[in-house]
Design a protein. Structure first.
Length: 692
């Protein structure tokens, strides 16, 4: 699709917002000529964006005008998974979808729970995400979806420790004198944060990366600690041990603003550096040196800040790991300074009006079951039972591609391949999931609709205005759900609310909407040093080293090291640990079909350390089979020091259909869940690699 652009037509610019699952949430400027978007740039007037976009989003016009863009509704005519469809009108598709869903919902009892929404962060927008969609599913009484696939372990951990997803404001990292980048490839997944790191480095800050993989970020830090996957809590406890034994502690801050210090102290003293080094697969000196850097920064009154990211919570003990790390700033009083503390997510500051958007009163007293999106493979294959409820009979997929991104994809494929499963997919392209749909409906991209966005990196709210008209017959997610409601006979006024009105509803009077209209963004009123004098949003108002709430649930109230389900070397059949971080030029499975970005990535690959490759007679560039009891995946081996010994890195998330053998790395991942937050354990995965 290459639209003709008049070179003589005048240009105008439209303010927008990047919709993708990234903490940066950039403000965009879209240049439009003759009704066609010709350029997407970062908004130089937005401090967090500073005029720059990542490589992916700067090519957004290539995605919007992609020749394979879906522009008309399609109805399946071949076997599920074959990708065989015929065009159909919107009215015919909507009438059939409404009838099929109505037949399920109207059988009585819990029958409506046989209908399941499946969505996540294909867009992070509050309007094209769960607003109008939630209203329709609430009215239906459909099953709820537990949206756990990315962040829920870390979310629960922060809630139990700090009281919410809150922390150091990202811009103040530029003033830090010690920065620990823990479980994050910031250059690839948080590039605007890296700008602040660069400023801090120029001002003399020391930057240390803690990550099993030698990422692009790790290469540019002063030190890299390549610990084994899932051992982060052990390292955090080891740092506490050294802070205690060397008295690198802020006793006043601990006494005033923390809860459970005596118990945490006793646990930390069980983790001397030698034990930590053995568990983490690093040297004793690395443990001691890291603790010294952190402890002495606190004693000298230098701001020390930790930037966590979600990779470290994708193992069995991921929640405990986040809890342990989140305790560290209180021990040295780092919260006293605005450039000290810790940040995993800032989204707890956002005053979203969820009830006004989703209208839970439409449930009319019903309390549908909840299905965990991370176990969709098993759940689609479950028969009806008293405990589970009705078997899943219909799935509406939007803003997600579960066949590619959900764990243990062999089972996910089996579930979506059920001939008796009615599946509707709202999409831009014919993804792996769309191949299994009964109806594929063309959705608008960010350039074609209204939306409003919060961030989990900075603390601004952003507005996205449509810059071009929807292409072809594409409709917004909101319009699909409005139309579906109409076809199902729902007449409540809430199903007629416009997208612009929904944008205003999302934050009510908590955000200056006129400012959003004028400049595209509005800052939230967040204190510079939110916990300088305590005031944590926990029940106690303190940083809770010991969580009474967890204890009441029968869990350990203190953070602890919880070993992986599949630790490296524990099973001789699958001796290598595997993590599956995102390829730099993809975002989950988005952008995989953008040719210029796919050309940069080349093809699916696994990074393997030279010692592990030599033991298996694997040369760089060889085609290999990566496998475990759940499945096998063919890809190219890259012998590289990006992988540490004993660990391989299977970069994702490629569409299965674009892989060498019609699979991707999630053929190998499991549906086991984390210690808290019910999240997936993508990085808790043992494999073997063999040359083909």
């Amino acid at each position: 699709m290459h639209p003709e652009i008049s070179t003589s037509a005048p240009e105008h610019k439209v303010l927008g917002a990047c919709p993708h699952d990234c903490p940066d949430t950039c403000s965009m400027v879209v240049t439009v000529r003759d009704g066609i978007a010709i350029k997407v740039q970062g908004n130089a007037d937005h401090p967090a964006t500073n005029g720059a976009l990542c490589t992916k989003v700067s090519r957004y016009t290539e995605r919007t005008y992609h020749p394979e863009r879906l522009l008309q509704p399609l109805r399946r005519v071949g076997p599920k998974g074959s990708g065989q469809f015929e065009p159909v009108s919107w009215e015919a598709a909507l009438a059939d979808i409404a009838q099929r869903l109505g037949q399920i919902a109207n059988r009585g009892g819990r029958s409506a729970e046989a209908i399941l929404p499946y969505s996540y962060a294909g867009t992070m927008g509050r309007v094209q995400g769960e607003g109008m969609a939630a209203r329709v599913f609430n009215k239906l009484g459909a099953s709820r979806l537990d949206r756990t696939i990315c962040a829920s372990a870390g979310t629960e951990a922060l809630n139990q420790t700090l009281g919410n997803k809150v922390g150091t404001r990202v811009e103040f990292f530029a003033e830090s004198q010690l920065i620990l980048i823990w479980g994050s490839n910031s250059i690839g997944s948080n590039v605007h944060f890296w700008r602040h790191v660069q400023t801090a480095k120029r001002n003399g800050a020391k930057v240390i990366c803690i990550d099993p993989r030698r990422t692009e970020t790790a290469e540019k830090c002063h030190e890299h600690i390549a610990l084994l996957p899932g051992t982060d809590a052990a390292l955090a406890l080891g740092l506490m041990h050294q802070l205690i034994t060397h008295d690198w502690l802020d006793h006043d801050y601990i006494a005033r603003y923390t809860l459970g210090w005596d118990a945490l102290r006793a646990r930390a003293l069980e983790w001397p550096p030698e034990r930590v080094a053995a568990v983490c697969g690093i040297t004793t000196e690395q443990v001691v040196s890291l603790a010294r850097d952190y402890g002495e920064a606190g004693k000298q009154g230098k701001p020390a800040a930790i930037r966590m990211n979600y990779g470290l919570q994708r193992t069995r003990g991921g929640g405990n790991a986040v809890r342990a790390i989140a305790c560290l700033p209180a021990l040295i009083g780092a919260w006293r300074l605005r450039a000290g503390g810790v940040l995993l997510s800032s989204s707890g500051y956002v005053p979203v009006q969820a009830a006004a958007l989703e209208r839970p009163e439409l449930l009319a007293g019903r309390n549908p079951r909840t299905i965990n999106m991370s176990t969709i493979g098993d759940d689609l294959l479950r028969p009806a039972s008293e405990a589970f409820g009705p078997a899943i009979e219909a799935v509406i997929v939007y803003n997600s591609n579960p066949v590619a991104v959900a764990p243990n994809s062999t089972k996910v494929v089996q579930g979506f391949a059920r001939e008796d499963l009615f599946t509707v997919v709202l999409e831009h392209f014919q993804t792996d999931t769309a191949d299994y749909a009964d109806y594929v409906l063309p959705a608008t991209t960010q350039l074609e609709h209204w939306d409003v966005h919060s961030s989990y990196g900075h603390t601004d709210i952003l507005l996205n205005r449509p810059s071009i008209a929807p292409l072809g017959e594409a409709r917004t997610n909101t319009q699909f759900f409005r139309d579906l409601a109409r076809h199902m006979g729902y007449t409540e006024a809430v199903f007629a609310e416009t997208d612009e009105s929904l944008c205003r509803t999302a934050f009510g009077d908590k955000v200056d909407f006129e400012m959003l209209l004028t400049q595209g963004f509005a800052p939230l009123p967040v204190p510079e040093a939110p916990f300088a004098e305590g005031g944590f949003p926990t029940p106690s108002g303190k940083c809770e080293f010991f969580s009474e709430r967890l204890a009441r649930q029968g869990q350990d109230g203190l953070p602890d090291f919880v070993p992986n389900y599949e630790p490296a070397g524990a099973d001789a059949r699958y001796p290598l640990a595997m993590i599956s971080p995102p390829a730099r030029n993809f975002l989950n499975s988005t952008f995989v079909n953008v040719k210029s970005l796919r050309d940069i990535e080349g093809e699916p690959l696994v990074e393997i350390h030279a010692s592990d490759a030599a033991a298996r007679q694997i040369a760089d560039g060889a085609v290999v089979r990566v496998f475990n009891a759940r499945g096998a995946y063919e890809c190219v081996a890259r012998v590289s020091d990006r992988a540490r010994p004993g660990v391989v890195n299977g970069l994702g998330v490629w569409w299965r259909k674009l892989g060498r053998d019609g699979t991707n790395v999630n053929e190998l991942t499991s549906q086991r869940l984390t210690d808290m937050g019910r999240a997936p354990t993508f990085y808790d995965c043992a494999v073997e690699v063999q040359r083909i």
